[in-house]
Design a protein around this ligand. Structure first.
Ligand SMILES: CC(C)(COP(=O)(O)OP(=O)(O)OC[C@H]1O[C@@H](n2cnc3c(N)ncnc32)[C@H](O)[C@@H]1OP(=O)(O)O)[C@@H](O)C(=O)NCCC(=O)NCCS
Length: 195
């Protein structure tokens, strides 16, 4: 067997050993693991037109939401994704979601995913959350390159990317199929050393 001379950026098993942390945001909100009691928030998000459109989130019932929350825990353990709820620290329900999908420990990259329910919007929470989780991804997980992709038509997400320091690298044509057809996407990225 030929072994690669290029080592993994993050060794397999490193992420599964980490406990998912609770991370405080400057605005007073926190990032914490999803709980079964957040199931209603996930169902509400799937019914919010902006989230349904841009995140392609479809959750039919509370049972399905609980199943998704269970899968979030399993996918942390299998080192596939790392998803947090955005919530008030007083035990309130989730007002948003942020996390890393498409985690590639060997290659050192992941893609950020996020949404906020309307009640959580308009206060810069997503810029703060993106900056905090990017630090976690570089410093605690050890990734090298972080991607942020959004439909070109989603101007709010483009501003979040810019304000969080993610440089725009180009437009990916016909990159993702949404309910209303194919959309071009902007590719933004942050690389170790950028922050
Ligand atoms: C994208 C989203 C997370 C942004 O969160 P938010 O709390 O609304 O963002 P903020 O109010 O902090 O605004 C961030 C910036 O975007 C701008 N912005 C907000 N809504 C906008 C809109 N509809 N069009 C253009 N710019 C917009 C704000 O003015 C602000 O920029 P500024 O500080 O230069 O004024 C949120 O709107 C959301 O979840 N939308 C629906 C789902 C979605 O788009 N998910 C992302 C998929 S990639």
């Amino acid at each position: 067997m030929i072994t690669s001379p290029i080592p993994p950026v993050v060794p397999a098993g490193h992420m599964a050993k980490l406990e998912q942390p609770v991370l405080a945001l400057p605005s007073g909100l926190e990032l914490r693991p999803w709980r079964d009691s957040d199931a209603d928030a996930l169902v509400a998000a799937a019914h919010e037109p902006g989230i349904r459109q841009w995140n392609r989130l479809f959750v039919a019932s509370k049972e399905e939401a609980c199943e998704r929350i269970k899968r979030m825990r399993e996918r942390w353990q299998s080192e596939q994704s790392a998803i947090w709820a955005i919530a008030r620290p007083d035990g309130g329900q989730a007002v948003g979601l942020i996390g890393w999908g498409d985690i590639d420990l060997q290659g050192g990259s992941a893609e950020i995913l996020y949404w906020l329910l309307p009640g959580g919007r308009g206060r810069g929470a997503m810029v703060e959350a993106t900056q905090r989780l990017s630090r976690w991804a570089f410093e605690d997980l050890g990734l090298h390159r972080l991607r942020l992709c959004h439909a070109v038509a989603n101007s709010a997400s483009c501003r979040v990317a810019e304000k969080a320091g993610y440089s725009i690298e180009g437009t990916m044509r016909s990159a993702l199929l949404h309910e209303d057809g194919w959309h071009d996407e902007h590719l933004h990225a942050l690389v170790q050393g950028d922050i």
